[in-house]
Design a protein around this ligand. Structure first.
Ligand SMILES: Cc1cc2nc3c(=O)[nH]c(=O)nc-3n(C[C@H](O)[C@H](O)[C@H](O)COP(=O)(O)O)c2cc1C
Length: 301
């Protein structure tokens, strides 16, 4: 029992026998895999997203097409009125420990949504487990009925376990899988992804992960090399919690942290690190998303 509680994600992945096949460099972009049904441009589609390294923003953009409206959860959550109405409403965010970032949970708990079709796409890097069913239950509890929840395998940005240089070489079939999801959504398919490898041990393990997830204090999680920090302010601009301040000599951070790793991945000096990392020299950002995009998505006033 004790052992299970302290099981790391790496151990869990091993236990669950998850095999990642390495293959050619992945290509992204939907153009080569046109969605079976096109988005109906007359329908108002709102897409709420959370992103640290751009995977979820890329997916949200692809699903928005020319007419959908993108709304950053770390920014819109600060609005006084959180009532949204559209024909279609979507939520796009990364899987954190088989569940959702705390800010995404908070947003759905506070806001009200009205739409004919409500869907979610959860990006993940290696093992999604029952995240779709967990999210469905979570939303139901908050009075939000989802019509469609699917997961999309992308680069895993979790630095304690994965080497980004290895991750980006794996062909995760992103364009094909994203095109299929876009087609489902355009056709208003009713679907909640199902995890069929659940046994008691797995259920206990996942529940503990989902219940005990972040946030934690930034001071405990992050390390800064003050010698190499050039006070460029990138960390401050990409942090969805606004946890950073610049002094004359280096960045300072404190506050509730999602552990999203946006700051660590974006630091141009690699001055921000974690206590334990697979490869402190390797960092990631989705190849279709610029640093400026991440700053625009996450900066706090
Ligand atoms: C704190 C944290 C926890 C994560 N947990 C999982 C997980 O349980 N399963 C998984 O497959 N990927 C996990 N990931 C990987 C991300 O879900 C994945 O890389 C995602 O596409 C990142 O999206 P973004 O680029 O929009 O931030 C985790 C990443 C972080 C930072």
């Amino acid at each position: 029992m004790e052992q299970k509680e302290s099981m790391s994600r790496r151990d869990a992945l091993k236990t669950m026998g998850v095999i990642v096949a390495t293959a050619a460099l992945s290509t992204t972009g939907l153009s080569a895999f046109a969605a079976p049904e096109k988005k109906d441009k007359s329908k108002k589609r709102l897409l709420f997203y959370f992103t640290a390294t751009g995977n979820s923003l890329f997916v949200a953009r692809e699903l928005a097409g020319e007419t959908g409206q993108l709304l950053s959860i770390p920014q819109i959550i600060k609005d006084e009125r959180l009532d949204f109405e559209a024909d279609e409403i979507g939520f796009i965010f990364p899987d954190y420990a088989a569940s959702a970032p705390m800010m995404v949970r908070e947003f759905v708990s506070k806001a009200h949504f009205k739409a004919q079709y409500i869907f979610s796409v959860i990006t993940f890097g290696n093992f999604a487990a029952n995240v779709a069913e967990w999210w469905n239950d979570f939303c139901k509890e908050k009075g939000l009925q989802q019509n469609y929840i699917n997961t999309l395998l992308m680069v895993d940005n979790y630095l304690p376990v994965f080497d980004m240089n290895e991750q980006i070489k794996i062909d995760k079939k992103i364009p094909e899988n994203l095109a299929a999801i876009a087609g489902d959504v355009n056709m208003h398919k009713q679907f909640i992804a199902h995890f069929d490898q659940m046994d008691d041990r797995m259920q206990g393990f996942l529940k503990r992960l989902q219940d005990n997830h972040f946030p934690m204090e930034a001071e405990r999680l992050l390390r800064l090399n003050t010698e190499t920090c050039i006070v460029c302010g990138t960390c401050a601009a990409v942090c969805p919690h606004g946890n950073f301040r610049m002094t004359d000599t280096h960045a300072e951070f404190s506050g509730s942290c999602e552990y999203c790793l946006a700051c660590v991945h974006a630091c141009p000096q690699k001055a921000l690190t974690l206590e334990r990392e697979r490869n402190p020299q390797a960092r990631f950002r989705n190849e279709n998303i610029s640093l400026r995009d991440i700053k625009e998505a996450n900066h706090q006033k």
